[in-house]
Design a protein around this ligand. Structure first.
Ligand SMILES: Nc1ncnc2c1ncn2[C@@H]1O[C@H](COP(=O)(O)OP(=O)(O)O)[C@@H](O)[C@H]1O
Ligand SMILES: CC(C)(COP(=O)(O)O)[C@@H](O)C(=O)NCCC(=O)O
Length: 269
């Protein structure tokens, strides 16, 4: 049996996972990854942290037969990532980019080489999970919202500051606003500065998803499934449920980008 190792380098977190060749990227079960983990993407900048990460991964899994990755954290991060396992120098690192081809899918992005590799990977991952009209929401450093038709066409999407970025920018660009902290007893409309900021940023994120649903319907691709992933997915989903939007066909998922890199790698082996 072969083993495949995948990396998703985001602007905040570096995620990895490994699977065996008898597994399938369309499998829905929660415990999908034989091995997985995450660490700050900044760790790639330090030789010491790179060595620790490489040691940890090499000790927890056997030598993989192929490595696939996507990276939106810049060229230096790619160079550092590819330097991780000098002992596996014969291994080919396969990089999924925004314009990597995937059979059965295409993007309407005017210049696909500019499409974030993680967005394209997440769309491929979503396609592996379901083939209906789908909204892919990745709530990470940035929040990205992308529409994927049941025909395999990516109609484009939106990029918003992520929840953390929204809150941080209010603090750093105003005189009076603190860095807000999420509390248990969040009201519908904020009655403190803290609540007003947390509620306002939530509303911007949830409102954007709501607007995307309306736009997709207008384009005659009514959304039948929303996949919500990323470091802020849990918090956002809780707010969506609290807001009385339970009838949205939304499901939290983990590792959609890694799943997409996996599906793509299998087409390219
Ligand atoms: N343990 C955590 N470490 C870092 N960020 C976290 C954590 N938990 C939640 N977050 C939030 O998730 C975001 C990172 O999510 P992630 O999906 O990993 O982003 P990216 O793919 O952009 O690296 C952060 O900006 C932060 O708002
Ligand atoms: C939008 C992003 C910054 C999201 O990055 P992330 O929050 O996942 O770290 C990334 O997908 C990116 O750099 N995209 C390139 C521009 C584009 O997709 O049009």
């Amino acid at each position: 049996m072969s083993l495949y190792l995948f990396f998703d380098v985001g602007n905040t977190r570096l995620k990895w996972a490994a699977v065996e060749s008898n597994q399938n990227p369309s499998a829905q079960q929660k415990k999908l990854w034989a091995y997985s983990g995450s660490i700050s993407s900044k760790s790639l900048q330090s030789a010491e942290h790179r060595e620790e990460l490489a040691d940890y991964i090499a000790k927890t899994l056997p030598k993989p037969d192929a490595i696939g990755f996507s990276c939106v954290a810049g060229d230096e991060a790619i160079t550092n990532l590819k330097s991780l396992f000098p002992q596996w120098s014969d291994l080919n690192w396969q990089q999924l980019k925004g314009d990597s081809t995937f059979s059965g899918m295409r993007s309407l992005y005017q210049d696909a080489s500019k499409l974030g590799a993680d967005r394209w990977a997440a769309l491929i991952g979503a396609r592996a999970l379901s083939t209906n009209n789908t909204l892919v929401v990745n709530a990470g450093t940035a929040t990205t919202i992308d529409l994927l038709g049941s025909n395999g066409v990516h109609y484009g999407g939106w990029i918003l500051p992520g929840l953390g970025l929204m809150q941080e920018s209010l603090q750093s660009k105003t005189a009076q606003l603190p860095l807000a902290v999420r509390e248990e007893s969040q009201q519908e409309f904020g009655t403190t500065t803290n609540e007003a900021i947390i509620g306002g940023c939530d509303a911007a994120q949830i409102g954007a998803i709501h607007y995307a649903l309306l736009q997709a319907k207008k384009l005659n691709h009514p959304v039948e499934r929303i996949w919500l992933d990323g470091g802020n997915a849990k918090v956002l989903l809780a707010q969506i449920k609290k807001s009385g939007l339970q009838n949205w066909p939304i499901e939290q998922t983990e590792g959609l980008v890694l799943r997409g890199v996996w599906a793509w790698l299998l087409q390219n082996l």
